[in-house]
Design a protein around this ligand. Structure first.
Ligand SMILES: [Cu+2]
Length: 143
């Protein structure tokens, strides 16, 4: 009798644990699926030129580009260009350019104000005549 009770208790505990796990995964699925579908429907991806020198510049540039409505930002040190994925209903391209320029980095649309450029220190102080968007250039990567 004792063993029957024990096994019944065990079974109950086991099935309860399984049940709660199942509901947890279901909740997670619906959570991640809904916004993803929305993003695909309205997202736009563009690439534009941004000046900079290195990985430290990249961290600043990528972070600056991630304003509300931007889901992805990836600056390429070789190409001197950034690729951003954003929702045009939330973020404007002009605002993304402005946000990057605010940190002292020139974009092909907005030049950084001198006072902001002057805040950049060390090896990150890039040449302001540097060519941007090099990958899209017909001649390839030029210095
Ligand atoms: Cu740098």
């Amino acid at each position: 009798m004792k063993s029957i009770l024990l096994s019944a208790l065990f079974l109950f505990a086991f099935s309860f644990a399984g049940f709660s796990q199942e509901t947890e995964t279901k909740a997670q699925e619906t959570e991640t699926k809904a916004p993803e579908g929305e993003a695909i429907a309205s997202a736009e991806t563009v690439t534009f030129g941004v000046r900079g020198n290195c990985g430290s510049c990249k961290r600043v540039i990528d972070k600056a580009a991630m304003i509300d409505g931007v889901s992805e930002a990836d600056w390429d040190v070789e190409d001197k260009a950034i690729t951003v994925t954003y929702d045009p209903a939330v973020a404007s391209l002009d605002d993304i350019h402005a946000s990057i320029a605010q940190t002292g980095y020139d974009t092909d649309k907005v030049s950084a104000e001198k006072k902001n450029y002057n805040k950049i220190t060390g090896c990150c102080k890039y040449n302001r005549k540097m060519k941007m968007s090099r990958a899209s250039d017909a001649e390839g990567k030029v210095q």
